[in-house]
Design a binder for this molecule. Structure first.
Ligand code: GTB
Length: 216
């Protein structure tokens, strides 16, 4: 059984935005049971965790002597070792992986930048200007993605790792209202979130947060 790591007390307060949720989602999609090791921030910087992830972050993955970090690499490993998240044909498989990279490499950066501006630049005199700039970049990416998706259900044929990753990335825009400007993307995210596997993954990470709250 694989073991993943996750925040012992997620700063997103159980909203499912930390990157263990996408790994849990992939595991649920393929029906693979898993263990979770919960880590505090100081524990993530200890040598035992740095041996798994030199950047001291979650999520990580361990199974049968294989240790991985990077949510994309972990999800790709899950998809490659279980049926259900990658299409059968070679070309379609390559395109599904392409969409994973597009999610983390092209769409996610301005979205993460936006979060960072909120976290670290809120009190700075340039906050509004910077926010406008990063939100313009986010909107541009979403406009392009929206044009590609059109009225189709998923990015390329059946639901795949590409969709799982893209939806996880879009979720980080949260209540900004940016996704909602593109009704087809909002419906796309809702479709992903309605999948039973996502619901189970979300519930599992929320249970961790609620237990931490109870424990004080
Ligand atoms: N590229 C890596 C991956 O995809 O796995 C990035 C991993 C990463 O950013 N991990 C974060 C982490 O461990 C947690 S998920 N941070 C602790 C540290 O760096 O010390 C990122 C995240 C954190 C919080 C929220 N939130 O509060 O909404 C959302 C996403």
């Amino acid at each position: 059984m694989p073991t993943i790591t996750a925040f012992a007390n997620s700063p997103d307060r159980g909203r499912g935005l930390a990157r263990d949720t996408r790994v849990r989602w992939a595991l649920e999609e393929v029906g693979q049971a898993y263990d979770v090791q919960l880590l505090t921030f100081p524990e993530m910087k200890e040598p035992s965790h740095l041996a798994l992830n030199p950047f001291g972050q979650i999520p990580t993955w361990e199974e049968d002597g294989l240790a991985l970090f990077e949510s994309g690499a972990i999800i790709l490993r899950i998809a490659e070792t279980h049926p259900g998240l990658l299409p059968a044909g070679e070309a379609a498989r390559a395109r599904a992986i392409m969409w994973m990279f597009a999610a983390v490499n092209t769409v996610e950066p301005p979205i993460v930048d936006r979060s960072m501006v909120f976290l670290f630049e809120r009190e700075e005199p340039w906050f509004e200007t910077r926010l406008t700039a990063v939100e313009t970049l986010c909107r541009r990416r979403l406009e392009q993605l929206s044009a590609w998706l059109g009225e189709t259900e998923w990015l390329d044929g059946d639901f795949s790792v590409g969709d799982l990753m893209m939806i996880s990335v879009l979720q980080r825009l949260g209540s900004s209202g940016i996704v909602e400007r593109f009704p087809n993307l909002a419906a796309y995210v809702t479709r992903g979130e309605a999948r039973p596997a996502y619901q189970s993954a979300f519930a599992a990470q929320l249970a961790v947060f609620e237990a931490a709250q109870k424990a004080g």
